[in-house]
Design a protein around this ligand. Structure first.
Ligand SMILES: Cc1cc2nc3c(=O)[nH]c(=O)nc-3n(C[C@H](O)[C@H](O)[C@H](O)COP(=O)(O)O)c2cc1C
Length: 327
């Protein structure tokens, strides 16, 4: 069975796979371009980058692919709108807004005739996004990496949201193989977004120690925290996280550059994410991850990951079609 392509605004994405944007220099140009070259949507994580660095990343990615490129930016970031404008000027194909909801992004992107996708975790917000002009929504459940908007699983949220809106609905959170993708397509998703699987790829420029930490971690190494942004997130239970959970005030930042619209200042999330992504610093880093990391056994090239995902999806869809009772 042929895997359906994904329509986002006027663009037809050959393969209905989006690489999730990952902040603070985790999903950079190299990963985004590799995914776009395989026919999916490659996404640069814009949060935590200076505007100059973001411009460079967008240009580098564009030079390396003719495929479809997105910007992911957290609404919670103070420079949210500036980052959207930088990416639009660099002719990004799609803007993906996560960690919060922004009405402004729709009017800004409309002027540039660029589609917007928003991350949602309820029927109410999915309907609002559709009304405001979203080209698609990404339904992200509690097994995902990054900040979370719900305690429910994607598969529980998906059917009602697919029913409620007529734009494409993309499933995210806890998917690592073709069987997962097939199951989501069967439930009505028009595509899937994967984060952790692509973090564990050769092309992801995150520090090598972040990758080996994840590859070697056990399921019991994961904890749920409330991040300084005020949202829950899945993270490895590292020394910094233990201190945070114990409400240790010694980790409170001494200085602050005000990178977030709202911050609890329990610790500096930007520094901690950078320590993880750039230095692989086990003691002081914050290692966000999706819950399914124990099911990923190797860091592999994006091309191999894509081939395996597509083969697994085809197998799953062929199997379930064959098993359908004849009428
Ligand atoms: C390390 C890390 C950083 C992330 N950063 C962001 C982000 O900046 N913005 C966002 O919308 N989602 C972010 N996410 C979520 C991903 O884009 C994606 O939706 C999620 O990882 C899907 O779940 P999975 O990891 O189980 O595949 C992040 C995920 C990870 C693992």
């Amino acid at each position: 069975m042929k895997i359906p392509s994904l329509q986002i605004g006027r663009k037809l994405v050959d393969t209905p796979i989006i690489q999730g944007g990952m902040a603070v220099s985790i999903s950079t140009a190299e990963l985004a371009a590799a995914v776009a070259n395989q026919g999916g949507i490659g996404v640069v994580g814009g949060t935590g980058l200076s505007m100059e660095a973001l411009r460079r990343q967008m240009r580098e990615a564009r030079d390396a692919t003719k495929g479809i490129l997105g910007l992911n930016i957290m609404v919670a970031a103070r420079e949210f709108k500036d980052a959207v404008l930088v990416a639009l000027k660099e002719k990004v194909d799609v803007v993906i807004a996560g960690a919060g909801f922004s009405r402004d992004v729709f009017s800004i992107c409309k002027e540039w005739k660029t589609p917007v996708i928003t991350m949602v975790s309820s029927v109410k917000v999915a309907r609002l996004a559709e009304r405001l002009g979203a080209a698609a929504v990404i339904v992200e459940g509690c097994d995902a990496g990054g900040h979370l908007g719900t305690e429910e699983k994607t598969s529980d949220l998906l059917p009602a949201i697919c029913e409620a809106v007529s734009i494409p609905v993309i499933a995210a959170g806890g998917f690592v193989d073709g069987q997962d993708i097939g199951r989501m397509l069967e439930l009505g998703a028009a595509g899937v977004q994967l984060g952790t699987r692509f973090l564990l790829s050769d092309e992801c420029t995150v520090h090598k120690d972040f990758k080996s930490l994840l590859i070697n971690a056990k399921a019991s190494d994961l904890v749920r925290i409330i991040s300084p942004v005020g949202l829950p997130a899945n993270a490895l239970n590292t020394p910094l996280v233990k201190k945070h959970l114990a409400q240790d005030s010694s980790i409170r930042p001494k200085t602050c550059n005000g990178c977030l619209k709202h911050c609890s200042h329990a610790f500096c999330i930007r520094d901690a994410l950078l320590k993880a992504s750039q230095e692989g610093d086990y003691e002081r880093g914050l290692f966000f991850t999706g819950k399914r990391y124990p099911d990923i056994s190797a860091v592999e090239p994006v091309k191999k990951i894509f081939n395996d995902l597509l083969e697994g999806t085809r197998d799953y869809l062929n199997r379930t079609l064959v098993q359908e009772p004849s009428r």
